[in-house]
Design a protein around this ligand. Sequence first.
Ligand SMILES: Nc1ncnc2c1ncn2[C@@H]1O[C@H](COP(=O)(O)OP(=O)(O)O)[C@@H](O)[C@H]1O
Ligand SMILES: [Mg+2]
Length: 203
Amino acid sequence: MIIVFAQQKGGAGKTTVLAHLAHAWANGRKSVALVDLDPQRSLSSWAGHQRDHDYTVIESAGWRAGSDIKDMARKHQVTLVDCPGNASNLLEAAVRESDLVLVPCQPSVLDAWASAPVLEMARREKTPARIVLNRVPPRGTAVDMIREVLKEQDAEILNTTLGNRVAFSNGFAAATTALGLARSSPATREVMALMKEVEKLLK
Ligand SMILES: Nc1ncnc2c1ncn2[C@@H]1O[C@H](COP(=O)(O)OP(=O)(O)O)[C@@H](O)[C@H]1O
Ligand SMILES: [Mg+2]
């Protein structure tokens, strides 16, 4: 399965959510390939820095992206693709090859608006797309408002949401992810639930 992480808004959590799902699948003995299309190379840096698994990591760009993704998908059970912020030809090629586009979105109306171009692109390419609400506060009405804004864009939202938790950033600092910090923590439970929901969706 090929999953592309895309969202025009920088800092929405593409690399963070991708790395946590990679760790969850690798813990489950799935072979995981990471394709880094972002010139900032955050995903490759994390992969080189973490000590849990030997992921196959490829940095790709331009006209090679589509064939690199397909090549990785032939050799691995799970291929995760990290995208740069802007909606480029590169993103279009990645979305075309993928089974699912995951769009991390923080509970801010700016993030919700910024999700529209990639959702539109996924629709054009006939690839399913889902919003993952990220950094959701434990209480408050902000997230309900964002759900409304997203629904107006006909966006489909995953049931699992990720909280705003230090474990998500501290895991990276400790050369792992939240899963490596604690076998059972709110962050770990959320990631496992997200993995299961995505698996079910793609079955
Ligand atoms: N659920 C979360 N809780 C706490 N911090 C988060 C969460 N998701 C992302 N972050 C932090 O937000 C910042 C941006 O995340 P990142 O994954 O780099 O976004 P993107 O790849 O979309 O630009 C990072 O510092 C990351 O640690
Ligand atoms: Mg990133």
